[in-house]
Design a protein around this ligand. Structure first.
Ligand code: BG6
Length: 506
C-alpha cells in the first residue's frame, strides 16, 4: 500500500470507525501514539493462527500506529528465530499473506524475550523499543500487553509486569476463559484489579469483533423497519447456532477442563445473544452498550439442566491428552429464557459443538406465523416453516429474509422466497477486518465498545450455577452429525434451522 493510500485509510478509520463517545456529533479521534506490544504466549496456537498475522496487517496497512512487537514465551528463541516463526505462521495459517516487501517492513518490528529473562529482562526490552519509537525525544509511547495465556498463567504475567514497573498507563488485553465459575471469575477480577484499573483492561471476545456481529447493531438500530417488530409480539423464537466441523486441534490440555459450555457459550454465544436481545443503547459507546448488555444478562433466567443437552463425539475419549473416562462435553444445546418485557416467552436456542456435520455460525430469528385459514387447502402456507431473518456470522457475512410468496402460474400456490444480502457483493468486501485485527486496533485506541466487562461476565457465571452444579450426563453423538438425538426434543415443536432446507443464493 503506498503512502497516499495509507493516509486515506487512516483518515477513514478516524472518521468512520470511532463513533461519538459523548453521544453528540463530535467524533472521538483515535490516538495514534506509537505502541510497544508485548505478546505473552507468542509461540502459542492463537498467536500463530491469528495474532501475529493481525499485528502484521495492522502494521503494514497503516491502520495501526507505529509499533514494535515483543514476543515472549517459555520457548528459547532469538529475535531471528521468532521472526522466522512469525513468517511461517503467517504464510501457513494467516488469513492474510504479507508480500515480500510488506514482510521486510514488518520483520524488524518483531523481537523476542524469553520468559526466563524475568521482570528486569522484559523491562529492558520494552525500554529499548520505547526508545526506538521516540520516548527519549519526548514522544508518548503506549504499552499494550496481550495475554494470550491460560488464566493460571495470567496472574503470574501480571505480577511480572508489575515488578517490571510497566503497568502504569498501559493497556492489557486478556483472553478468555475469564474464570471457570462465579467464584473463580470474582477472584480473577479482584486479582487483576490489584494491578490494573478497569479502564486499562480489555477482555476480548473475538465474536464481537466479527463484522457480522457488529452488523446486528447497525441492522437493528439504523433502520426503522425491524426494531418495531423486534419483540415477543412478533418473534416466536431465536436460534444461535455455531456448529464446528473441526475437532480438538491438539488443544486437549485446554479443552478437557473447559468443554463446550465454558469455551463457547459463556463467552461467544451469550455475548452475541446480548447484541440480539438488548434495548437500544443511548449511544454506540462502551458504557451505554455494556449497560444494555448487562441488563440482558441480569434478565437471563438461570440455566437449568433440564433445558440442556450435553454431548460428546464418539472417539473423543481416545484423543491424545483426553481422559479415557472424560465427562467433558464437546457439544451443547440449550434453551435460554430472557425474562423481560421484550422477550418473556420467547425461547433462545443455542447450540455449538466440535466435529459436527458442518462449520457455520448463524443467528436465526423466527417470526410468528400468519393465520392460515384464508388460503385454499394445499396452498402450501406455513409448510416451509415461519418467516425467518437469518444472519450468517461468517467472514463473508450475509443476511437473509425469507417469506412466503406466490409461485408464478395459475391458482394460489405459495412457496418460501428470500431476499439476501452478502458483504461479498459490495465494493467494500476487501475492507473487512478480521475479528482480532479489529479488536487489537480498538484496544490500541483505548476503545472498549466491543469488549466485555467484569460485571457482565460475573453475571453470566452466576446464571450458570444450576447447570454447573448439576450438569446432565453427556450423550454420545457420531462425528459429522448434528449432535445427540435429544436436540430435537429440546426445540420441539420448532425445528433447528441447520442443516438449511434451502441453500443461500450463490
Ligand atoms: C474459540 C474457541 O474461542 O473460538 C474455539 O476456543 C473455537 O474452540 C473458536 O473453535 C471459534 O472461533 P471462529 O472465529 O473460528 O468461529
Amino acid at each position: 500500500m503506498d503512502d497516499e493510500a495509507k493516509a486515506e485509510r487512516l483518515q477513514e478509520a478516524q472518521t468512520i470507525a470511532y463513533p461519538s463517545s459523548s453521544g453528540g456529533n463530535k467524533r472521538k479521534q483515535p490516538e495514534h501514539d506509537p505502541t510497544v506490544v508485548v505478546l505473552f504466549g507468542a509461540t502459542g496456537d492463537l498467536s500463530r493462527r491469528k495474532l501475529l498475522c493481525g499485528l502484521g496487517y495492522l502494521a503494514v496497512s497503516g491502520l495501526g500506529p507505529d509499533m514494535r512487537v515483543i514476543g515472549t514465551s517459555l520457548d528459547d528463541m532469538t529475535d531471528e528465530q521468532f521472526r522466522e516463526f512469525a513468517r511461517t505462521a503467517i504464510d501457513e495459517v494467516g488469513a492474510r499473506k504479507l508480500t515480500d516487501e510488506q514482510w521486510k517492513e514488518f520483520a524488524p518490528d518483531l523481537s523476542y524475550v524469553n520468559t526466563s529473562a524475568g521482570p528486569e529482562g522484559l523491562a529492558k526490552a520494552v525500554a529499548e523499543k520505547e526508545k526506538e519509537l521516540g520516548a527519549d525525544r519526548g514522544q508518548r509511547v503506549r504499552r499494550l500487553f496481550y495475554l494470550s495465556v491460560p488464566p493460571k498463567a495470567a496472574t503470574s504475567v501480571i505480577s511480572t509486569l508489575s515488578k517490571a514497573g510497566l503497568t502504569e498507563g498501559s493497556r492489557v488485553i486478556m483472553e478468555k476463559p475469564f474464570g471457570e465459575d462465579l467464584e473463580s471469575a470474582l477472584a480473577l477480577n479482584a486479582e487483576v484489579h490489584k494491578t490494573f484499573k478497569e479502564k486499562q483492561i480489555f477482555r476480548i471476545d473475538h465474536f464481537l469483533g466479527k463484522e457480522a456481529a457488529q452488523n446486528i447493531l447497525a441492522f437493528r438500530f439504523a433502520n426503522g423497519l425491524f426494531e418495531p417488530i423486534w419483540n415477543r409480539n412478533f418473534i416466536d423464537h431465536v436460534q444461535i447456532d455455531v456448529p464446528e466441523s473441526l475437532g480438538l486441534d491438539a488443544r486437549a490440555a485446554f479443552y478437557e477442563p473447559t468443554g463446550a459450555y465454558k469455551d463457547m457459550v459463556v463467552t461467544h454465544l451469550f455475548q452475541v445473544m446480548a447484541f440480539v436481545a438488548m434495548e437500544p443503547p443511548t449511544a454506540l459507546e462502551p458504557r451505554a452498550i455494556s449497560e444494555e448488555k448487562n441488563k440482558v444478562f441480569r434478565s437471563l433466567e438461570p440455566i437449568q439442566s433440564d433445558d440442556v443437552v450435553r454431548g460428546q463425539y464418539i472417539g473423543y475419549r481416545h484423543e491424545e491428552g483426553v481422559d479415557p473416562e472424560s465427562d467433558t462435553e464437546t457439544f451443547i444445546a440449550l434453551k435460554a429464557r430472557i425474562d423481560n418485557w421484550r422477550w418473556a416467552g420467547v425461547p433462545f436456542y443455542l447450540r455449538t459443538g466440535k466435529r459436527m456435520a458442518s462449520g457455520m455460525r448463524i443467528i436465526s430469528i423466527a417470526f410468528k406465523e400468519a393465520p392460515k385459514s384464508m388460503f385454499p387447502a394445499g396452498s402450501g402456507i406455513g409448510q416451509q416453516g415461519p418467516d425467518h431473518l437469518t444472519f450468517d456470522l461468517a467472514d463473508e457475512s450475509k443476511v437473509s429474509l425469507s417469506f412466503y410468496g406466490k409461485r408464478p402460474g395459475p391458482g394460489m400456490r405459495l412457496e418460501k422466497l428470500a431476499m439476501q444480502f452478502s458483504t461479498e457483493d459490495t465494493d467494500r468486501a476487501g475492507d473487512v477486518l478480521e475479528a482480532y485485527e479489529r479488536l487489537i486496533l480498538d484496544a490500541m485506541h483505548g476503545d472498549h465498545t466491543l469488549f466485555t466487562t467484569a460485571e457482565g461476565i460475573e453475571s453470566l457465571w452466576e446464571r450458570s450455577i444450576p447447570l454447573l452444579d448439576d450438569p446432565p450426563p453427556v450423550k454420545l453423538y457420531e462425528p459429522g452429525s448434528w449432535g445427540p438425538n435429544s436436540i430435537h426434543q429440546l426445540i420441539a415443536p420448532n425445528a433447528w434451522r441447520l442443516p438449511f432446507e434451502r441453500a443461500w443464493h450463490d
